[in-house]
Design a protein around this ligand. Structure first.
Ligand code: PMV
Length: 349
């Protein structure tokens, strides 16, 4: 019994940084992200289950690796729910292509690959865990009992930001006050004239992983406390801007939040520095471009790495791409209106 799915990455416009509960990946603030198209960047995962398999195993980008503790936790939780689901009332129709669910007591083989550099600050854990959770939900027909939002709790346990990749478009991960309420759902799945560009300036493993980085920040940064206090108001303003398709507010808040996140990283002791010379060049480029355009045409954001993601009004995309193409590897994504993509079933790995 075998299920193969693909899942996109998401890039936060209001970022998650800081854990209230490390074990459960409960955040110190809510966050909002955009789910990218799967045209260029995605994870594809195949999960197989049968009696012949003698132990759980994971093959990542063609290499047999040990299953990380967090992944074991996610798999075990989903297996336990699957075992208990026999007594529950079916709420929905399963989207699974398997006629009957796999036996959760059997071992599984997971094969997964990314179509982009793993751990280069491009949220590979987000597409990875959302893909695994979706595969397992279809393997065990859990989608017949649980909503997508309820399933997002399992993705969050694997990697916080991955709960947002289960939804297309603009997505909120609610702060919540428990494991079952700190989950994701959709704000809106289309924005007529929004384009997204991912620019790769460097593709090597990031220096400080997000879990370690967040722990250091929570312990040592005074600026972080200020950031957390301002979050509820910022999230509200961002949500209103998205619903009203107010690009100006959306873009300025996105840039300000990225800048504050990296300021908090620098305020961490010892400091965490994700941006480099190229990143700073992009920041200046965008502000200069907006000044010349006479309006906010483009916005930048940087996750835990030096690679910029640019959001722009689509009337400027041709011009921005033409200017940047001479300098960097620019991967252009369709505007959100063109896709309604999130995690889906595919035929092969
Ligand atoms: O979910 P994690 O542990 O990969 O952390 C993600 C952190 C950021 O990418 C920097 C911000 C975010 O909200 O995605």
């Amino acid at each position: 019994m075998k299920i193969t799915c693909q899942s996109p990455v998401n890039i936060a416009v209001i970022k998650y940084w800081g854990k209230e509960n490390v074990e459960l990946n409960l955040p110190t603030n809510g966050s909002i992200s955009v789910t990218l198209s799967m045209e260029h960047i995605k994870t594809i995962t195949c999960v197989e289950s049968n009696e012949q398999i003698k132990q759980d195993s994971l093959v990542l980008n063609g290499e047999l690796v040990e299953i990380p503790g967090r992944m074991k936790l996610v798999i075990d939780k989903m297996r336990n729910i699957a075992i208990r689901c026999g007594n529950r009332q079916i709420k929905y129709k399963s989207e699974s292509p398997l006629e009957s669910p796999a036996d959760p007591r059997h071992f599984i083989t997971i094969k997964s690959r990314n179509t982009f550099p793993t751990a280069a600050g491009l949220a590979s854990s987000a597409s990875g865990y959302s893909c695994l959770v979706y595969c397992l939900s279809l393997l065990y027909h859990l989608d017949a009992y649980l909503t997508r939002t309820e399933l997002s709790e399992f993705a969050r346990l694997g990697s916080g930001s991955s709960c947002r990749s289960l939804f297309p478009g603009l997505v909120e991960w609610h702060l919540g006050d428990s494991s079952s309420t700190s989950v994701a759902d959709s704000i809106c799945d289309s924005w007529e004239d929004l384009d997204i560009l991912v620019c790769i300036v460097k593709s090597e493993k990031k220096k400080v992983g997000s879990t370690v980085g967040m722990q250091q920040t929570v312990k040592s940064s005074a600026l972080f406390k200020h950031r957390v206090e301002g979050m509820p108001a910022k999230l509200e303003t961002m949500k209103r801007a998205i619903i009203a398709k107010d690009f100006e507010t959306f873009a300025n808040l996105t840039m300000a939040d990225s800048n504050q996140f990296h300021a908090v990283c620098l305020d961490t002791f010892p400091p965490i520095i994700y941006l480099n010379e190229d990143s700073r060049w992009f920041i200046e480029f965008v502000h200069e471009y907006n000044r010349m355009a006479g309006e906010t045409a483009v916005a930048y954001t940087f996750d835990a790495g030096p690679n910029p993601v640019l959001y722009m009004r689509s009337k400027y995309t041709g011009d921005v791409v033409r200017l940047l193409k001479q300098l960097v590897d620019v991967t252009k994504f369709k505007s959100i209106r063109d896709f309604n993509e999130c995690v889906t079933i595919v035929n092969e790995l």
